[in-house]
Each structure stands twice: as structure tokens, then as C-alpha cells.
Design a protein around this ligand. Structure first.
Ligand SMILES: [Zn+2]
Ligand SMILES: [Zn+2]
Length: 347
């Protein structure tokens, strides 16, 4: 089968993935499932993998290059292990990106992302930038009737990551409260739609790119700002002192140190994008009682909930599709933000 493999890390991102013929994965364990990839989302984490941000963690786990990236996968079940009962060949599925064990205490509490024996295909082991990839039965959700893998693949990670942050934000706000979304890209545009349907909050969307600003307006943001030097003042004016919640989908390039300044007293910043470093005087945390916390992907049940919102037409992925052979072009376009929403690789 054709697959796009990463051979080396490069902080300058001058390496390309190699499109190669490799052996397709085969079922070897009783709970394993081989999925024929219908589509695979291209993620900022993929850029960070190439940059080597994950190198030390990967090296410690003993995962060796080269491998196939791609962790936002949807497709059709191709083959199943002997113990698999919930899906059969031909079923259209979306794949939760995390292969959790189901046995450890965290799994039993439903915290898939905290699983003590987890695997993450596409990060250290072969993922979905290929014609087939292998995961386990526990990771699969059957698609609702009429939904195709191509429409939803990035929901597997971009979607639930945005949904988990938006769900937490919604729980912190009341009608009339204000939520700032920093970055209206592949995740931000999903969070915006989720918040519109799960909270009564007013949404202020911030993005430097004019195309992303247009998308934010179309999706129902109450206010769209361009992230200029007056951002802190603008948000304070619009909200009467600051936002109740700020979701940072950028997390680097200095944005991470603007976000907490947008909060009102008692407000909460949810960090989703990463790569930067937050520096904040402890006095700010105490005097204003602001909270800062991260949000990591999302649990299986959150992906189920998101797929229901999607099936009801409330949350849709805006995406640009690329053939697998053009994956390096897709990565370059992503780096330079030549598309809005999500880039999707179609084998
Ligand atoms: Zn991702
Ligand atoms: Zn577990």
C-alpha cells in the first residue's frame, strides 16, 4: 500500500514525508481492527512531530523512525481480530486517536486520555497517512447513517479536542458571559460551533487571517477581532472588564501570554494549542483569582457526543482535501495558512 512516512525530525521543517510502498498492517491480536482509510486530518501536532517537539518522549518510548503519521482517521473496517464483536468489515467508522487499554483504573473511570497503557497511532507508531492502518476495537465509533468518513475524519482529534475545551467552557459560563476563542483554525472553528449549541455565552473570535475572520462570522461569532495590538483593551471594553473564559488554540508565538490578560476576575484560560511558554506573575493569579489549565484531546464518549452534534447538522468540519501523493504540499499550505478550517488527506 502507499503510505507517507517520516524519516527524520527537523526543527526548521525542511524535511518532506516520503511516499512509499509498504506492507499493509495485518490483524495479529484478538481486539485489533484494520481500517481502510477514507480520510485523515492534518494536524498542528503533525507539524510539531516533524519539528521534533515530541522527539524526547518518543525516544523514551523506544519508537523508531521511520513511521506513518496521521492520527485523525476515519474509514471502513477492513479486517477484525477474533474477539471483535461491535464492528464488522465494511462498517464506516471514526477512530478515537487514543488506543486505551480499558483495564487500568483511569480507563474504568472513563478517562481514556489518562490510560496507563495507551498507544497513539500516528505518533510514534504507524497512523493513517496511508491506505490502511491498524487500531483496536475500543477506539472505533460507527458513523451515523448517511455520514461519510471524508466528512468527519478530523473530528477524531481536532474535533474532540475543540469539543472537550468548549464543553468545559460552556460549564463555566452563563447566558451573557463572554468567551474568547483565540485562533479560528481547524480546532477553533469547531469550538465556536460547539459553544453556539451548548452555551448561552457571547463569543468573541480572534484571528489575524481575513479568511478565518470571514469563517468565524459565518459560523455565528458575536464579535470577530483581528488580534491587533489593542486586543486586551478591545476585549475589556466589549466584556466590561474581561472574558469569563478564554480558549487558546494557538499556545505559542506570544499568544499564550496575551490570553490570560483577556480574563476578568475569576476567569479561566483553557490551553489547547502548545509550543510556547506561559509567564505570569503569581500576584496576578492571586489578586484576580484567574485559573489556567490545559485540555488534552477528549475521551471516547466526547467523540460520541460530537458525532451526534455533527449528525444533527450543528457542527460541521470545514476542510480542504489533498490526495496522499500531495501530502507535502498540504503540509506546506498548512504551515502558511493557505486554507481555512482543516486540511484532509485522502488516500
Ligand atoms: Zn490532531
Ligand atoms: Zn487504560
Amino acid at each position: 500500500m502507499k503510505a507517507a512516512r517520516l524519516y527524520e525530525y527537523d526543527p526548521a521543517m525542511n524535511v518532506e514525508l516520503r511516499i512509499e510502498d509498504v506492507s499493509p498492517p495485518t490483524v495479529t491480536g484478538p481486539d485489533e481492527v484494520v481500517v481502510k482509510v477514507g480520510a485523515a486530518g492534518l494536524c498542528r501536532t503533525d507539524l510539531h512531530i516533524i519539528e521534533g517537539v515530541w522527539k524526547d518522549i518518543m525516544d523514551a518510548k523506544g519508537s523508531l523512525l521511520p513511521y506513518v503519521m496521521g492520527h485523525e482517521n476515519a474509514g471502513w473496517v477492513e479486517d477484525v481480530g477474533s474477539a471483535v464483536t461491535s464492528v464488522k468489515p465494511g462498517d464506516a467508522v471514526i477512530c478515537h486517536p487514543h488506543q486505551s487499554c480499558g483495564i487500568c483504573l483511569n480507563c474504568r473511570y472513563g478517562h481514556d486520555m489518562y490510560c496507563e497503557h495507551s498507544l497513539f497511532p500516528g505518533l510514534g507508531l504507524d497512523g493513517g497517512f496511508a491506505e490502511y492502518f491498524k487500531t483496536s476495537e475500543r477506539s472505533l465509533i460507527k458513523l451515523n447513517t448517511g455520514i461519510t468518513p471524508l466528512e468527519v475524519a478530523p473530528m477524531a482529534d481536532a474535533g474532540i479536542t475543540a469539543y472537550r475545551a468548549a464543553k468545559r467552557a460552556a460549564g463555566l459560563m452563563h447566558p451573557g458571559a463572554a468567551c474568547v476563542i483565540l485562533g479560528v483554525g481547524g480546532l477553533g472553528h469547531i469550538a465556536l460551533q460547539c459553544l453556539k449549541h451548548t452555551s448561552g455565552a457571547r463569543i468573541i473570535a480572534v484571528d489575524r487571517e481575513p479568511a478565518a475572520q470571514v469563517l468565524a462570522k459565518e459560523l455565528g461569532a458575536d464579535t470577530v477581532l483581528d488580534g491587533g495590538p489593542d486586543l486586551v483593551e478591545q476585549v475589556r471594553d466589549l466584556t466590561g472588564g474581561g472574558a469569563h473564559v478564554v480558549i487558546d488554540f494557538v499556545g505559542e508565538l506570544g499568544v499564550e501570554n496575551i490570553c490570560w490578560k483577556l480574563l476578568r476576575k475569576g476567569g479561566e484560560m483553557i490551553v489547547v494549542g502548545y509550543g510556547g511558554k506561559i509567564e505570569i506573575p503569581t500576584l496576578e493569579l492571586v489578586v484576580n483569582e484567574i485559573k489556567i489549565g490545559g485540555s488534552l484531546v477528549g475521551d471516547y464518549t466526547e467523540l460520541v457526543e460530537l458525532m451526534e452534534l455533527n449528525a444533527d447538522g450543528k457542527v460541521r468540519m470545514h476542510q480542504t482535501e489533498y490526495k496522499l501523493a500531495n501530502i507535502n504540499q498540504a503540509i506546506d499550505d498548512f504551515k502558511h495558512r493557505r486554507f481555512t478550517g482543516r486540511g484532509v488527506i485522502v488516500p
